[in-house]
Design a binder for this molecule. Structure first.
Ligand code: ASP
Ligand code: MG
Length: 402
């Protein structure tokens, strides 16, 4: 007998028929004798609809009242799934974040979990009931309801799996698992059997929206065995874990991030301390810099190019202009007509030839590369926005479709 945490996303509980399906999936594992804790998201687009409703009344509501409102969606799902299980004659109880002791900090709308007491859950499991838990919500030290940020039910599930020392945490969603690329854009994208936490974190931050980033961070920290799988197609999904078997392919995925812009500073003096001045000015403004490239010096000057998120581009350029005297450069240019194409894989740095394969694919597609950045498990290139999808397809084909 095992303790299993399952989580069902909003699309999996969108209507009565889907809820019955979910009840049936839950009951299967329960009748095998396992202890079951199940986290639910709000049905379909409920959370978006609630946000719309709030705006009709007050365009600027307090964050406390927003959380009061948004947390209701998950509570509805819990009660409805409980009713579906009751109908099957299965002992079940649905609980809110408060009832399970999900304690968070006070940051309404994006609260972080601090501790989970879980006594109620353990007591209910001892009574051999399935425990349904409203995802995405907690309670702070003022005994107010908080929410964990959009997509936060994944994090609820992983937190419970960690605290309860679950044998497995299954995240049921509307895709079959984690893919080597976006299957809507790359028809040849393949489902991965397994992936490491670190790779998953890179994919998530690069725009693959399968799991809430914080849920993966937490799964890594507490070594929670995660599985992402479909609630429609009954097939094994993708396991997310610490170490994976030696992969046939050296990389796990190819992604695009369109939220990048590039800034270039011309003719900085080629002296110690110049880069420091540039990035200090930006960090004071809390602007995050991603890829940085410095040219070789010529005539005692050098250029520096770097990327920032699109929404930070103009503020970054303003900041640099304000500091032009102190930093010392002749010109600053910017563009947001670029995108970042990346490959992610635990073996990127340890397998020779990965970078050259990627560059070859992009060259074969006659696409020019701007900046390049590498890390232990990732290689990213900046290309023109109009070329980005073609670059991704070419790289994907090179690694996965030959
Ligand atoms: N219902 C929330 C959202 O839509 C939380 C979740 O689905 O995980 O963001
Ligand atoms: Mg989600």
């Amino acid at each position: 007998m095992a303790l299993i945490v399952q989580k069902f996303g909003g699309s999996s509980v969108a209507d009565a028929e889907k809820i019955e399906r979910v009840a049936w999936i839950i009951s299967e594992k329960f009748s095998e004798g396992n202890d079951m804790v199940v986290v639910l998201s709000a049905q379909g687009d409920t959370t978006d609809e609630l946000i719309e409703k709030a705006k009709e009344i007050n365009p600027n509501p307090s964050k406390r009242e927003m959380d009061m409102l948004l947390s209701t969606g998950e509570q509805i799902s819990g009660a409805l799934v409980a009713m579906a299980l009751e109908k099957l004659g299965i002992p079940v109880v649905s609980l809110t974040g408060w009832q399970v002791g999900m304690q968070t900090n006070t940051e309404y709308g994006n609260a972080r979990i601090k501790a989970v007491s879980a006594e109620r859950i353990k007591a209910e499991l001892d009574r051999r009931r399935i425990v349904l838990v409203a995802g995405f919500q907690g309670i702070n030290r003022y005994e107010d309801i908080t929410t964990l940020g959009r997509g936060g039910s994944d994090t609820t599930a992983v937190a419970l799996a960690a605290v309860l020392n679950a044998d497995l945490c299954q995240i049921f969603t509307d895709v079959e698992g984690v893919f080597t690329s976006d299957p809507r854009k790359i028809p040849g994208a393949k489902k991965l059997d397994e992936i490491t936490y670190d790779e998953m974190l890179e994919l998530a931050s690069l725009g693959a929206q399968v799991l809430h980033n914080r849920s993966v961070e937490m799964a890594k920290r507490y070594n929670v065995k995660l599985e992402v799988l479909s609630s429609y197609i009954r097939k094994p999904g993708t396991q997310v874990k610490g170490v994976t078997k030696l992969e046939q392919s050296k990389i796990s995925g190819v992604t695009i991030d369109a939220n990048v812009s590039q800034i270039a500073l011309m003719e900085l003096s080629d002296q110690p301390g110049v880069a420091f001045k540039v990035f200090q000015a930006l960090s004071r403004e809390r602007i995050n810099v991603d890829i940085i490239l410095q040219s070789v010096g010529r005539n005692d000057t050098k250029d520096i190019s770097f990327t920032v998120a699109k929404e930070d581009m103009e503020r970054a350029v303003e900041t640099l202009k304000e500091n032009q005297q102190v930093i010392g450069f002749s010109e600053v240019t910017m563009t947001d007509k670029i995108a970042k194409v990346s490959i992610v894989g635990a073996g990127v740095m340890s397998s020779p030839g990965v970078a050259s394969l990627m560059f070859e694919a992009i060259y074969d597609a006659r696409i020019n590369i701007g900046l390049i950045a590498t890390s232990e498990i990732k290689i990213s290139v900046i290309v023109e926005e109009k070329d980005a999808e073609r670059a991704m397809a070419a790289v994907h084909a090179k690694f996965f479709e030959t």
